[in-house]
Design a protein around this ligand. Structure first.
Ligand code: ADP
Length: 452
Protein backbone atom coordinates (compact mmCIF):
# COMPACT_ATOMS: atom_id res chain seq x y z
CA UNK A 1 0.00 0.00 0.00
CA UNK A 2 2.80 2.42 0.94
CA UNK A 3 4.47 1.49 -2.35
CA UNK A 4 1.30 2.40 -4.31
CA UNK A 5 0.75 5.62 -2.36
CA UNK A 6 4.38 6.56 -2.92
CA UNK A 7 4.05 6.00 -6.69
CA UNK A 8 0.81 8.02 -6.74
CA UNK A 9 2.39 10.86 -4.69
CA UNK A 10 5.41 10.91 -7.06
CA UNK A 11 3.09 11.20 -10.09
CA UNK A 12 1.05 13.96 -8.46
CA UNK A 13 4.26 15.75 -7.53
CA UNK A 14 5.49 15.48 -11.14
CA UNK A 15 2.09 16.70 -12.34
CA UNK A 16 2.02 19.67 -9.93
CA UNK A 17 5.64 20.73 -10.37
CA UNK A 18 5.45 20.33 -14.19
CA UNK A 19 2.15 22.34 -14.23
CA UNK A 20 3.62 25.17 -12.08
CA UNK A 21 6.78 25.31 -14.16
CA UNK A 22 4.74 25.36 -17.42
CA UNK A 23 2.51 28.07 -16.09
CA UNK A 24 5.53 30.13 -15.05
CA UNK A 25 7.00 29.64 -18.52
CA UNK A 26 3.75 30.80 -20.12
CA UNK A 27 4.60 34.35 -18.88
CA UNK A 28 7.94 34.36 -20.66
CA UNK A 29 7.04 32.48 -23.79
CA UNK A 30 3.97 33.81 -25.56
CA UNK A 31 4.24 31.01 -28.15
CA UNK A 32 2.88 28.55 -25.58
CA UNK A 33 -0.46 30.36 -25.76
CA UNK A 34 -1.54 29.31 -22.28
CA UNK A 35 -0.82 25.54 -22.82
CA UNK A 36 2.40 25.69 -20.76
CA UNK A 37 0.71 24.46 -17.57
CA UNK A 38 -0.84 21.45 -19.32
CA UNK A 39 2.37 20.63 -21.18
CA UNK A 40 4.47 21.01 -18.00
CA UNK A 41 2.08 18.72 -16.05
CA UNK A 42 2.25 16.07 -18.82
CA UNK A 43 6.03 16.31 -18.98
CA UNK A 44 6.24 15.97 -15.16
CA UNK A 45 4.14 12.79 -15.26
CA UNK A 46 6.22 11.34 -18.14
CA UNK A 47 9.49 12.08 -16.33
CA UNK A 48 8.25 10.52 -13.13
CA UNK A 49 7.07 7.41 -15.03
CA UNK A 50 10.41 7.20 -16.85
CA UNK A 51 12.26 7.41 -13.53
CA UNK A 52 10.06 4.65 -12.06
CA UNK A 53 10.51 2.48 -15.14
CA UNK A 54 14.29 2.90 -14.95
CA UNK A 55 14.39 1.90 -11.29
CA UNK A 56 12.07 -1.08 -11.97
CA UNK A 57 14.24 -2.08 -14.94
CA UNK A 58 17.42 -2.06 -12.76
CA UNK A 59 15.78 -4.30 -10.20
CA UNK A 60 14.50 -6.65 -12.93
CA UNK A 61 17.99 -6.87 -14.46
CA UNK A 62 19.47 -7.59 -11.07
CA UNK A 63 16.95 -10.39 -10.49
CA UNK A 64 17.57 -11.82 -13.98
CA UNK A 65 21.34 -11.75 -13.48
CA UNK A 66 20.92 -14.24 -10.61
CA UNK A 67 21.63 -11.57 -7.98
CA UNK A 68 25.36 -12.08 -8.29
CA UNK A 69 26.05 -8.38 -7.50
CA UNK A 70 24.40 -6.40 -4.67
CA UNK A 71 20.84 -5.07 -5.12
CA UNK A 72 20.54 -1.61 -6.83
CA UNK A 73 20.40 1.01 -4.07
CA UNK A 74 18.10 4.07 -3.91
CA UNK A 75 16.38 5.97 -1.12
CA UNK A 76 12.85 5.53 -2.35
CA UNK A 77 10.28 2.72 -2.39
CA UNK A 78 12.22 0.97 -5.21
CA UNK A 79 15.31 0.87 -3.00
CA UNK A 80 13.24 -0.63 -0.19
CA UNK A 81 11.75 -3.19 -2.58
CA UNK A 82 15.23 -4.25 -3.75
CA UNK A 83 16.47 -4.40 -0.16
CA UNK A 84 13.54 -6.58 0.92
CA UNK A 85 14.00 -8.95 -2.02
CA UNK A 86 17.71 -9.19 -1.21
CA UNK A 87 17.00 -9.88 2.46
CA UNK A 88 14.40 -12.58 1.63
CA UNK A 89 16.87 -14.22 -0.71
CA UNK A 90 19.65 -14.17 1.87
CA UNK A 91 17.31 -15.78 4.37
CA UNK A 92 16.28 -18.42 1.82
CA UNK A 93 19.95 -19.14 0.98
CA UNK A 94 20.81 -19.45 4.66
CA UNK A 95 17.89 -21.83 5.19
CA UNK A 96 18.86 -23.90 2.14
CA UNK A 97 22.51 -24.09 3.35
CA UNK A 98 21.26 -25.19 6.76
CA UNK A 99 19.05 -27.86 5.19
CA UNK A 100 21.94 -29.01 2.99
CA UNK A 101 24.23 -29.28 6.05
CA UNK A 102 21.60 -31.28 7.95
CA UNK A 103 21.03 -33.55 4.95
CA UNK A 104 24.81 -34.00 4.60
CA UNK A 105 25.10 -34.95 8.28
CA UNK A 106 22.17 -37.33 7.97
CA UNK A 107 23.66 -39.01 4.89
CA UNK A 108 27.07 -39.26 6.60
CA UNK A 109 25.38 -40.98 9.55
CA UNK A 110 23.71 -43.48 7.20
CA UNK A 111 27.00 -43.85 5.35
CA UNK A 112 28.68 -44.79 8.64
CA UNK A 113 26.12 -47.52 9.28
CA UNK A 114 27.49 -51.07 9.17
CA UNK A 115 24.34 -52.03 7.27
CA UNK A 116 23.45 -51.24 3.68
CA UNK A 117 20.77 -48.61 2.95
CA UNK A 118 19.23 -48.26 -0.49
CA UNK A 119 16.47 -45.78 -1.40
CA UNK A 120 14.21 -46.56 -4.36
CA UNK A 121 11.57 -44.37 -5.99
CA UNK A 122 8.06 -45.57 -6.89
CA UNK A 123 9.36 -47.36 -10.02
CA UNK A 124 12.30 -49.04 -8.24
CA UNK A 125 14.90 -46.62 -9.59
CA UNK A 126 17.86 -46.05 -7.31
CA UNK A 127 17.62 -42.67 -5.59
CA UNK A 128 20.53 -43.09 -3.19
CA UNK A 129 22.59 -45.84 -1.59
CA UNK A 130 25.37 -45.92 0.96
CA UNK A 131 28.69 -47.59 0.16
CA UNK A 132 27.80 -50.71 2.20
CA UNK A 133 24.67 -51.33 0.11
CA UNK A 134 26.73 -50.64 -3.03
CA UNK A 135 29.27 -53.25 -1.94
CA UNK A 136 26.55 -55.74 -0.97
CA UNK A 137 24.77 -55.49 -4.32
CA UNK A 138 27.86 -54.76 -6.45
CA UNK A 139 26.57 -51.27 -7.41
CA UNK A 140 28.40 -48.06 -8.22
CA UNK A 141 26.90 -45.44 -5.82
CA UNK A 142 27.27 -42.65 -8.41
CA UNK A 143 27.07 -44.26 -11.83
CA UNK A 144 24.05 -46.41 -11.00
CA UNK A 145 21.89 -43.62 -9.53
CA UNK A 146 18.62 -43.41 -11.44
CA UNK A 147 18.95 -46.98 -12.78
CA UNK A 148 16.20 -49.51 -12.16
CA UNK A 149 17.54 -51.71 -9.38
CA UNK A 150 16.17 -54.93 -10.90
CA UNK A 151 18.34 -54.32 -14.00
CA UNK A 152 21.40 -54.44 -11.77
CA UNK A 153 20.43 -56.88 -9.00
CA UNK A 154 19.04 -59.85 -10.84
CA UNK A 155 18.61 -62.31 -7.98
CA UNK A 156 15.12 -63.84 -8.51
CA UNK A 157 14.51 -63.87 -4.74
CA UNK A 158 15.21 -60.12 -4.56
CA UNK A 159 13.10 -59.28 -7.63
CA UNK A 160 10.11 -61.24 -6.27
CA UNK A 161 10.55 -59.67 -2.84
CA UNK A 162 10.49 -56.14 -4.34
CA UNK A 163 7.19 -56.90 -6.02
CA UNK A 164 5.57 -58.40 -2.93
CA UNK A 165 2.59 -56.28 -1.79
CA UNK A 166 3.55 -56.10 1.90
CA UNK A 167 6.91 -57.67 2.66
CA UNK A 168 7.42 -57.85 6.41
CA UNK A 169 10.05 -60.56 6.91
CA UNK A 170 13.65 -60.15 5.75
CA UNK A 171 14.85 -62.54 3.05
CA UNK A 172 18.25 -64.05 2.30
CA UNK A 173 19.84 -62.94 -0.98
CA UNK A 174 23.05 -64.50 -2.26
CA UNK A 175 25.59 -62.37 -4.11
CA UNK A 176 27.55 -65.18 -5.71
CA UNK A 177 30.13 -62.86 -7.30
CA UNK A 178 31.18 -61.37 -3.97
CA UNK A 179 30.58 -64.65 -2.10
CA UNK A 180 28.14 -62.90 0.26
CA UNK A 181 24.85 -63.91 1.82
CA UNK A 182 22.71 -60.90 2.67
CA UNK A 183 19.69 -60.44 4.86
CA UNK A 184 17.48 -57.96 2.98
CA UNK A 185 14.58 -56.09 4.57
CA UNK A 186 12.23 -53.84 2.59
CA UNK A 187 10.17 -51.01 4.09
CA UNK A 188 7.78 -48.94 1.95
CA UNK A 189 7.62 -45.19 2.74
CA UNK A 190 6.29 -41.90 1.32
CA UNK A 191 4.40 -42.24 -1.96
CA UNK A 192 5.45 -45.66 -3.20
CA UNK A 193 9.15 -45.21 -2.34
CA UNK A 194 11.06 -48.10 -0.78
CA UNK A 195 13.79 -48.33 1.81
CA UNK A 196 15.95 -51.44 1.40
CA UNK A 197 18.15 -52.42 4.36
CA UNK A 198 20.87 -55.04 3.90
CA UNK A 199 23.07 -56.89 6.36
CA UNK A 200 25.98 -59.22 5.61
CA UNK A 201 25.12 -62.52 7.34
CA UNK A 202 27.74 -64.65 5.56
CA UNK A 203 29.86 -65.17 8.67
CA UNK A 204 26.86 -65.76 10.91
CA UNK A 205 25.45 -68.43 8.59
CA UNK A 206 28.89 -70.00 8.22
CA UNK A 207 29.30 -70.09 12.02
CA UNK A 208 25.81 -71.59 12.42
CA UNK A 209 26.56 -74.24 9.82
CA UNK A 210 29.90 -74.99 11.50
CA UNK A 211 28.17 -75.30 14.85
CA UNK A 212 25.59 -77.68 13.37
CA UNK A 213 28.34 -79.77 11.74
CA UNK A 214 30.29 -79.75 14.98
CA UNK A 215 27.33 -81.01 17.04
CA UNK A 216 26.60 -83.66 14.39
CA UNK A 217 30.26 -84.76 14.37
CA UNK A 218 30.52 -84.93 18.16
CA UNK A 219 27.27 -86.91 18.37
CA UNK A 220 28.52 -89.28 15.70
CA UNK A 221 31.92 -89.72 17.39
CA UNK A 222 30.30 -90.49 20.75
CA UNK A 223 27.52 -92.65 19.36
CA UNK A 224 29.88 -95.20 17.78
CA UNK A 225 31.79 -96.21 20.95
CA UNK A 226 28.55 -95.97 22.97
CA UNK A 227 26.82 -98.42 20.62
CA UNK A 228 29.78 -100.81 20.92
CA UNK A 229 29.75 -100.47 24.71
CA UNK A 230 26.00 -101.10 24.87
CA UNK A 231 26.51 -104.26 22.80
CA UNK A 232 29.20 -105.53 25.16
CA UNK A 233 27.09 -104.76 28.24
CA UNK A 234 24.29 -106.81 26.71
CA UNK A 235 26.71 -109.63 25.92
CA UNK A 236 28.01 -109.63 29.49
CA UNK A 237 24.48 -109.58 30.87
CA UNK A 238 23.01 -112.29 28.66
CA UNK A 239 25.78 -114.71 27.72
CA UNK A 240 27.54 -117.10 30.06
CA UNK A 241 31.15 -116.17 29.15
CA UNK A 242 34.21 -117.95 30.44
CA UNK A 243 37.03 -116.02 32.14
CA UNK A 244 39.09 -115.50 28.95
CA UNK A 245 36.10 -114.29 26.90
CA UNK A 246 35.08 -112.01 29.75
CA UNK A 247 38.58 -110.50 29.88
CA UNK A 248 38.55 -109.90 26.13
CA UNK A 249 35.16 -108.16 26.24
CA UNK A 250 36.26 -106.01 29.18
CA UNK A 251 39.46 -105.03 27.31
CA UNK A 252 37.41 -103.97 24.28
CA UNK A 253 35.03 -102.03 26.53
CA UNK A 254 37.96 -100.26 28.14
CA UNK A 255 39.29 -99.38 24.66
CA UNK A 256 35.96 -97.75 23.71
CA UNK A 257 35.78 -95.91 27.01
CA UNK A 258 39.30 -94.62 26.42
CA UNK A 259 38.23 -93.39 23.02
CA UNK A 260 35.36 -91.42 24.50
CA UNK A 261 37.61 -90.05 27.24
CA UNK A 262 40.16 -88.88 24.64
CA UNK A 263 37.40 -87.21 22.66
CA UNK A 264 35.97 -85.42 25.70
CA UNK A 265 39.48 -84.35 26.77
CA UNK A 266 40.18 -82.87 23.32
CA UNK A 267 36.80 -81.13 23.26
CA UNK A 268 37.50 -79.60 26.66
CA UNK A 269 40.95 -78.48 25.50
CA UNK A 270 39.41 -76.78 22.46
CA UNK A 271 36.76 -75.10 24.61
CA UNK A 272 39.49 -73.88 27.01
CA UNK A 273 41.56 -72.54 24.13
CA UNK A 274 38.60 -70.63 22.74
CA UNK A 275 37.43 -69.26 26.07
CA UNK A 276 40.66 -68.18 27.76
CA UNK A 277 42.71 -65.00 27.24
CA UNK A 278 45.78 -65.08 24.98
CA UNK A 279 48.95 -66.34 26.69
CA UNK A 280 51.24 -63.53 27.86
CA UNK A 281 54.28 -62.74 25.77
CA UNK A 282 56.52 -62.34 28.85
CA UNK A 283 56.03 -65.78 30.37
CA UNK A 284 59.37 -67.43 29.60
CA UNK A 285 59.85 -71.21 29.48
CA UNK A 286 62.92 -73.33 28.86
CA UNK A 287 62.75 -74.84 25.38
CA UNK A 288 65.01 -77.69 26.44
CA UNK A 289 62.60 -78.74 29.22
CA UNK A 290 59.65 -78.55 26.86
CA UNK A 291 61.35 -80.70 24.25
CA UNK A 292 62.50 -83.23 26.84
CA UNK A 293 58.86 -83.70 27.88
CA UNK A 294 57.85 -84.05 24.22
CA UNK A 295 60.62 -86.61 23.71
CA UNK A 296 59.56 -88.68 26.72
CA UNK A 297 55.93 -88.76 25.54
CA UNK A 298 56.90 -89.59 21.95
CA UNK A 299 59.29 -92.41 22.92
CA UNK A 300 56.57 -93.83 25.19
CA UNK A 301 54.04 -93.81 22.37
CA UNK A 302 56.41 -95.28 19.78
CA UNK A 303 57.58 -97.92 22.23
CA UNK A 304 60.67 -98.70 20.17
CA UNK A 305 58.80 -99.23 16.88
CA UNK A 306 60.44 -96.27 15.12
CA UNK A 307 63.80 -94.61 14.78
CA UNK A 308 63.40 -91.37 16.69
CA UNK A 309 65.82 -88.47 16.36
CA UNK A 310 65.61 -85.45 18.69
CA UNK A 311 67.87 -82.36 18.84
CA UNK A 312 71.02 -82.56 20.96
CA UNK A 313 70.23 -80.92 24.35
CA UNK A 314 73.26 -78.59 24.11
CA UNK A 315 71.87 -77.02 20.90
CA UNK A 316 68.82 -75.89 22.88
CA UNK A 317 70.55 -74.71 26.03
CA UNK A 318 69.60 -71.18 27.05
CA UNK A 319 66.78 -70.79 24.50
CA UNK A 320 63.51 -69.66 26.00
CA UNK A 321 60.07 -69.31 24.52
CA UNK A 322 57.23 -67.13 25.80
CA UNK A 323 53.83 -68.72 26.11
CA UNK A 324 51.66 -71.23 27.92
CA UNK A 325 53.57 -74.36 28.87
CA UNK A 326 50.60 -76.75 28.60
CA UNK A 327 49.45 -75.33 25.27
CA UNK A 328 52.90 -75.39 23.64
CA UNK A 329 53.52 -78.88 24.95
CA UNK A 330 50.15 -79.94 23.53
CA UNK A 331 50.95 -78.44 20.09
CA UNK A 332 54.46 -79.96 19.86
CA UNK A 333 53.42 -83.40 21.12
CA UNK A 334 50.32 -83.53 18.88
CA UNK A 335 52.67 -83.30 15.89
CA UNK A 336 55.07 -85.95 17.19
CA UNK A 337 52.26 -88.30 18.21
CA UNK A 338 50.72 -87.95 14.72
CA UNK A 339 54.12 -88.80 13.22
CA UNK A 340 54.25 -91.95 15.38
CA UNK A 341 50.66 -92.92 14.62
CA UNK A 342 50.87 -92.40 10.86
CA UNK A 343 54.33 -93.92 10.36
CA UNK A 344 54.44 -97.71 10.04
CA UNK A 345 56.74 -99.71 12.26
CA UNK A 346 60.41 -99.35 11.35
CA UNK A 347 59.92 -95.81 10.00
CA UNK A 348 61.99 -92.80 10.90
CA UNK A 349 60.82 -89.69 12.76
CA UNK A 350 63.04 -86.66 13.14
CA UNK A 351 62.32 -83.68 15.39
CA UNK A 352 64.29 -80.51 14.70
CA UNK A 353 64.41 -77.19 16.49
CA UNK A 354 66.42 -74.18 15.36
CA UNK A 355 66.61 -70.41 15.59
CA UNK A 356 66.19 -68.75 12.21
CA UNK A 357 68.16 -65.67 11.22
CA UNK A 358 65.00 -63.50 11.46
CA UNK A 359 64.70 -64.45 15.13
CA UNK A 360 61.86 -66.96 14.70
CA UNK A 361 62.01 -70.41 16.24
CA UNK A 362 61.38 -73.31 13.90
CA UNK A 363 60.10 -76.57 15.37
CA UNK A 364 59.73 -79.32 12.81
CA UNK A 365 58.63 -82.92 12.79
CA UNK A 366 59.47 -85.02 9.73
CA UNK A 367 58.40 -88.60 9.27
CA UNK A 368 58.83 -91.30 6.67
CA UNK A 369 55.19 -92.37 7.08
CA UNK A 370 52.09 -92.63 4.91
CA UNK A 371 52.14 -89.04 3.65
CA UNK A 372 49.07 -87.02 2.71
CA UNK A 373 47.67 -86.18 -0.70
CA UNK A 374 47.93 -82.52 -1.70
CA UNK A 375 44.18 -81.79 -1.78
CA UNK A 376 43.79 -82.67 1.92
CA UNK A 377 46.51 -80.32 3.19
CA UNK A 378 44.43 -77.10 3.48
CA UNK A 379 41.70 -78.93 5.43
CA UNK A 380 43.81 -80.88 7.92
CA UNK A 381 43.31 -78.38 10.75
CA UNK A 382 39.48 -78.48 10.46
CA UNK A 383 37.75 -80.19 13.34
CA UNK A 384 37.16 -83.91 12.72
CA UNK A 385 38.82 -83.78 9.31
CA UNK A 386 40.58 -87.10 8.74
CA UNK A 387 42.41 -88.37 5.70
CA UNK A 388 42.71 -91.89 6.98
CA UNK A 389 39.69 -92.32 9.27
CA UNK A 390 40.19 -95.93 10.20
CA UNK A 391 43.88 -95.52 11.04
CA UNK A 392 43.05 -92.41 13.06
CA UNK A 393 40.48 -94.30 15.15
CA UNK A 394 42.60 -97.46 15.45
CA UNK A 395 45.42 -95.41 16.89
CA UNK A 396 43.21 -93.51 19.30
CA UNK A 397 42.83 -90.36 17.19
CA UNK A 398 39.93 -87.98 17.74
CA UNK A 399 40.27 -85.89 14.56
CA UNK A 400 40.84 -82.83 16.76
CA UNK A 401 44.64 -82.89 17.20
CA UNK A 402 45.64 -80.52 14.40
CA UNK A 403 42.68 -78.29 15.18
CA UNK A 404 44.08 -77.90 18.72
CA UNK A 405 47.54 -77.22 17.23
CA UNK A 406 46.09 -74.49 15.01
CA UNK A 407 44.32 -72.79 17.95
CA UNK A 408 47.41 -72.90 20.14
CA UNK A 409 49.55 -71.42 17.37
CA UNK A 410 47.04 -68.67 16.62
CA UNK A 411 47.04 -67.69 20.28
CA UNK A 412 50.86 -67.49 20.25
CA UNK A 413 51.06 -65.58 16.95
CA UNK A 414 52.75 -68.61 15.40
CA UNK A 415 51.87 -70.55 12.29
CA UNK A 416 51.93 -74.03 10.85
CA UNK A 417 53.39 -75.18 7.53
CA UNK A 418 52.66 -78.65 6.18
CA UNK A 419 54.46 -80.43 3.36
CA UNK A 420 53.72 -84.00 2.47
CA UNK A 421 53.89 -86.53 -0.29
CA UNK A 422 51.91 -89.78 -0.29
CA UNK A 423 54.16 -92.75 0.35
CA UNK A 424 57.17 -90.58 1.21
CA UNK A 425 56.24 -88.91 4.47
CA UNK A 426 55.29 -85.56 5.92
CA UNK A 427 56.89 -82.53 7.44
CA UNK A 428 55.03 -80.30 9.91
CA UNK A 429 56.73 -77.00 10.76
CA UNK A 430 55.81 -74.56 13.52
CA UNK A 431 57.20 -71.03 13.26
CA UNK A 432 57.14 -69.13 16.54
CA UNK A 433 57.57 -65.32 16.14
CA UNK A 434 60.81 -63.66 17.25
CA UNK A 435 59.09 -61.69 20.03
CA UNK A 436 58.35 -65.00 21.78
CA UNK A 437 61.89 -66.35 21.56
CA UNK A 438 65.05 -65.32 23.41
CA UNK A 439 68.44 -66.78 24.16
CA UNK A 440 70.71 -66.62 27.16
CA UNK A 441 68.27 -65.83 30.02
CA UNK A 442 68.57 -68.03 33.08
CA UNK A 443 65.49 -66.96 35.11
CA UNK A 444 62.19 -68.51 34.22
CA UNK A 445 58.62 -68.61 35.40
CA UNK A 446 56.41 -71.61 35.39
CA UNK A 447 52.99 -71.42 33.80
CA UNK A 448 50.20 -73.56 35.23
CA UNK A 449 50.24 -76.70 33.11
CA UNK A 450 47.29 -77.73 30.99
CA UNK A 451 46.28 -81.39 30.82
CA UNK A 452 47.33 -82.90 27.51
P1 ADP B 1 43.65 -87.46 14.31
O1 ADP B 1 43.26 -87.57 15.71
O2 ADP B 1 42.71 -88.16 13.39
O3 ADP B 1 45.06 -87.84 14.08
P2 ADP B 1 44.49 -84.81 13.59
O4 ADP B 1 43.72 -83.54 13.59
O5 ADP B 1 45.68 -84.87 14.45
O6 ADP B 1 43.44 -85.94 13.91
O7 ADP B 1 44.95 -85.09 12.10
C1 ADP B 1 44.01 -84.95 11.07
C2 ADP B 1 44.30 -85.97 9.96
O8 ADP B 1 45.53 -85.62 9.32
C3 ADP B 1 44.52 -87.35 10.49
O9 ADP B 1 43.31 -88.05 10.61
C4 ADP B 1 45.43 -87.95 9.43
O10 ADP B 1 44.64 -88.50 8.41
C5 ADP B 1 46.21 -86.76 8.90
N1 ADP B 1 47.58 -86.70 9.49
C6 ADP B 1 47.99 -85.94 10.51
N2 ADP B 1 49.31 -86.07 10.74
C7 ADP B 1 49.76 -86.95 9.81
C8 ADP B 1 51.04 -87.51 9.50
N3 ADP B 1 52.14 -87.19 10.17
N4 ADP B 1 51.11 -88.35 8.46
C9 ADP B 1 50.02 -88.67 7.74
N5 ADP B 1 48.79 -88.19 7.98
C10 ADP B 1 48.66 -87.34 9.01
Amino acid sequence: MTFLLGRLAALLLGLALGGLLGRWMDGFWPLLQGWGAWGGAALGVVLMSARDSWRGHRIMEWLRSGQSAGAPRSHDAWGELAYRIEKAQLQRDRLAADERRKLGEFLSAIEASPNGVLLLDGSDHIVWCNSVAAEHFGLDPERDLGQRVTNLVRSPAFVTYLQAPSPDEPIAVVNAQADLTLSVLLRPYGEGQKLVLTQDVTERLRAESMRRDFVANVSHEIRTPLTVLAGFVETLANLPLNQAERQRVLALMSQQTGRMQALVADLLTLAQLEGSPRPQADHWLSLLELLQQVETQTRGLSNGRHTLLFPEPNTLAGIQVAGHRGELLSAFSNLTSNAVRYTPEGGRIEVGCSLLSVGELEFQVSDSGLGIERQHLPRLTERFYRVDGSRSRETGGTGLGLSIVKHVLQRHGAHLDIESEPGKGSQFRILLPGMRVRRGETTRTQAPSMPV
